[in-house]
Design a protein around this ligand. Structure first.
Ligand code: BGC
Length: 813
């Protein structure tokens, strides 16, 4: 322990008090003891520090900050160094605003294209996610503050996000859902990590000994602070025992009393509390010192320029028939689509930044060298049909050489707190596209969306450019790409399926009950499409360029590959070279191939470069559930080097020595895991994979019933509350603006009432509400009233004691 002396100066109650927040975004202040409070703030694509009343959903405005492209966008650059540069700028802005812990980046696996927060996450692939996240973390922490990679782990949907139980086998957990975190922890050493809201195989992530102690702390050597997601603590004492350091936001006296009682009754030991406190003190003292010495200003123009470069590097050119792009100087363009005037450049929720400024295509057009014949919004953003707007846009399109049509998802489609219901663009936008394509074939569709879409309408445009959610400077970046000032080089960090029903998690995403079965196991994204032979509209790693690249002279070995890449076209540009590992003769089922390395290479026309892509300890390993170890199947492996997962240009076969571990699946019938026919996986097969019966999914009336589920309870009050919430939710959807409060409350378990109300509600009161929902109407209400009075009295006494202890020690009589 590093802070033994300091810890000795605190009594048990004070120690317990330090292990939860004092306000929504600050830790507890004990400056008399030399322990200052520090501020934690979101988030991944810009600092969201709330100056006035703080809330964790971004409801109240925050201090203006640079809004960088979201992680889903920057992932398309496949450039961890760019991530690092963004991270450094984020760290600077954070420290300038006296923020000691920046709550990001988010690196959950995009299990389904419908997860409402996919725009905040990097990829469907753990290797790419981990490498990108490591870049961000290195950057953020450069000046001594802390990054907080989140949400650890297996947290890939918003429905019932605080109460859903992710059911998955250990191999899938390790190989797919944890490997990105492993990379970021080992390679970038984040000072904190955020545990996720959900349960994993029946135990909350935040109190999961296996996850936090065995894997994170023991196996990966993490010695920083684990921070709960906001309101994500269930049993605080168990959390502390099992490796969770700081409960956020401000649960009040109840959580302190709970922890203290747990020590006094022997549920946990004081040594557990001390161990966590030591981690907390290390975090608080080091990051506070870093913030103290950091400048209070930053170069907003330089950060805007970086945001623009990041957005430009991340643009993916998906289609370019007949080389319609780049546009020539002076080309007469019609600019159509509401997003050209009011960009969609970030997602909604806790990551939403109060941007310093926001560029729009319309404003930036003058500098682009293009000649505009006019602008028409073309459609109603909320999807309502509008024939007049459509007609105006079509008339405008007739007058131009080329139509720049800005389409995308509207605000409600991508938000924390709610998953998408489909992968479609709004019908009114597609009607407009069709109508325009009939009067002018030269249509360039520019897409703003933080997640993949179905594109059956591709035939109606000659070019398709995907800018994702490009941040505050995204508009200028997009024009740079459209005009050829920047050669597009982004490649998709997620598969774009032809249709949602062809995505692997479909049958077990979201769900009605408590559990979410990760039946598809390793077959997420391209791992599924390629193994099952289901073609994608745009495969993982795909992206076109204005130039072309040739790959040759592959030299390969277990330590990596070397090859020569030449820019054979006429403009300078970057190529993202991808290295996949395959074992066609594998005895142990595995995806057809997996990404294990990549390199981004910038080349002038005619230039060649020798590129080396190393392979590390993750290249050949698989998690063996029998030995409980990483093992390597010995024999031949194919190393495949390509421009996307489908466009493999060079291959080599190498021999790798194995670890001779027994086949963990010997004697088990896992036929559909062999073939990746995920829809045919039977209960028996999933149970064989899990190694235990499939847990029951039934909703129970307990502390973890969500407010939205109160309709399943036995209390008229609960039914009414759930009905009102449901109505408000539907209303906010109709308005087209996500109401984050309602979304949060709908998915919030009763227990979180005690965690999110600044101490006003205690767990005792929650238990009263549970009794009420169970049908004990009178006793339930009486219990709530009794516990409420008790809570007020105990809270007042506790706060007094905490400070009294202070005063007595300072002035002994
Ligand atoms: C989100 C986190 C965020 C936190 C604080 C939670 O609801 O899941 O990502 O960092 O709020 O705003």
């Amino acid at each position: 322990m590093k802070h033994t002396e300091l810890i000795k100066k605190l009594n048990l109650e004070q120690k317990c008090a330090l292990l939860s927040g004092e306000t929504v975004f600050t830790t507890r202040d004990f400056s008399e003891k030399g322990i200052p409070a520090i501020t934690l703030s979101d988030g991944p694509n810009g600092v969201r520090k709330q100056a006035g009343a703080a809330d964790h959903l971004g409801l109240n405005p925050s201090v203006p900050a640079t809004c960088f492209p979201t992680s889903a966008t920057v992932a398309n650059s496949w450039d961890p160094a760019l991530g690092e540069a963004i991270g450094e700028a984020l760290g600077e802005e954070a420290a300038a605003q006296e923020v000691a812990v920046l709550l990001g980046p988010g690196l959950n696996i995009k299990r389904s294209p419908l997860c409402g927060r996919n725009f905040e996450y990097f990829s469907e692939d753990p290797f790419l996610s981990g490498k990108m996240a490591a870049g961000y973390v290195r950057g953020i922490q450069k000046n001594g503050i802390a990054a907080c990679p989140k949400h650890f782990a297996a947290n890939s949907q918003e429905l019932r996000r605080m109460a859903s139980d992710s059911i998955l086998d250990e191999r899938t957990l390790r190989e797919l859902y944890l490997t990105g975190f492993e990379i970021v922890v080992k390679e970038a050493k984040p000072r904190t990590i955020m545990s996720s809201y959900n349960l994993i195989n029946g135990t909350y992530a935040n109190e999961n000994e296996h996850l936090l102690k065995d894997i994170l702390r023991r196996d990966w050597g993490f010695d920083g602070a684990v921070v709960t997601d906001w309101g994500g603590s269930n049993d605080h004492a168990l959390g502390v025992k099992n490796g969770s350091t700081l409960e956020m936001p401000f649960p009040g006296g109840d959580a302190i009393r709970e922890l203290k009682a747990a020590v006094e009754h022997g549920k946990i030991s004081e040594a557990d509390v001390d161990a966590r406190l030591d981690e907390l003190l290390e975090l608080v003292l080091t990051t506070h010192a870093a913030v103290e010495k950091a400048p209070r200003t930053f170069d907003a123009e330089a950060h805007h320029a970086l945001a623009r470069r990041a957005a430009a590097e991340s643009v993916v050119l998906l289609q370019n028939e007949g080389g319609l792009l780049p546009l020539k100087a002076g080309e007469r363009v019609a600019v159509v689509g509401d997003f050209a005037r009011t960009p969609r450049y970030q997602g909604a929720g806790s990551s939403a930044v109060n941007s310093i400024k926001v560029d729009s295509v319309l404003e930036q057009l003058a500098e682009s060298g293009l000649q505009s014949v006019g602008f028409a919004p073309g459609f109603d953003r909320q999807g309502r049909p509008d024939d007049a707007r459509k007609a105006e846009a079509v008339a405008l399109a007739r007058k131009a050489d080329t139509v720049l049509l800005f389409l995308g998802l509207d605000e409600i489609k991508e938000s924390e707190g709610i998953d998408r219901s489909d992968m479609k663009l709004a019908v009114n936008q597609l009607d407009l596209l069709e109508a325009i394509s009939q009067v002018n074939p030269n249509v360039v569709v520019v897409l703003s969306a933080g997640a993949s879409l179905e594109t059956p309408w591709l035939k109606n445009c000659r070019a398709l450019v995907y800018g994702a959610l490009g941040g505050q400077a995204g508009a200028g970046a997009m024009l740079d790409v459209l005009t050829g000032k920047v050669c597009p080089s982004g490649k998709l960090a997620e598969t774009w399926a032809n249709a949602y029903h062809e995505t692997p998690a479909r049958a077990h995403f979201g769900g009605e009950g408590r559990t979410v079965e990760y039946r598809e196991s390793l077959y997420v994204g391209y791992r599924y499409h390629q193994t099952a032979g289901i073609p994608a509209a745009f495969p993982f790693g795909y992206g076109l360029s204005y130039t072309s690249f040739e790959y040759r002279d592959l030299k390969a070995g277990p330590a990596g590959v070397t090859l020569t890449v030449t820019n054979t076209g006429s403009v300078a540009g970057a190529e993202i070279v991808q290295l996949y590992v395959a074992k066609p003769d594998a005895k142990i089922f595995r995806p057809a191939q997996e990404l294990k390395g990549f390199a981004r290479v910038f080349l002038n026309p005619g230039e060649s470069r020798e590129v080396t892509i190393p392979l590390d300890d993750k290249a050949f390993r698989y998690w063996n559930v029998r030995t409980n170890h990483w093992e390597v199947e010995g024999g031949c492996y194919e190393l495949r080097v390509g421009a996307s997962c489908e466009d493999i240009r060079l291959r080599a076969v190498i021999t790798v020595e194995g670890t001779a571990a027994p086949n963990p699946y010997e004697g088990k019938d896992l036929l559909h895991y062999q073939t990746a026919e995920v829809r045919k996986i039977t209960d028996a097969e999933f149970e064989a994979l899990l190694g235990r019966p499939i847990p029951e999914s039934k909703i129970k009336i307990d502390r973890n019933m969500t407010l939205g589920e109160l309709s399943h309870g036995r209390s008229p009050l609960g039914w009414a509350a759930s009905a009102v919430l449901g109505r408000l939710l539907r209303k906010s959807m109709e308005n087209g603006k996500p109401d984050l409060n309602i979304l949060f409350q709908y998915n919030m378990p009763l227990r979180a009432l005690a965690k999110m109300t600044n101490g006003a509600v205690s767990m005792g009161m929650v238990d009263g509400i549970v009794m009420e929902a169970q049908g004990f109407w009178i006793i339930g209400l009486l219990r709530v009233a009794y516990e409420a009075i008790k809570n007020v009295i105990l809270n007042a006494q506790l706060e007094k004691r905490l400070h009294q202890a202070e005063r007595t020690k300072e002035n002994p009589a």
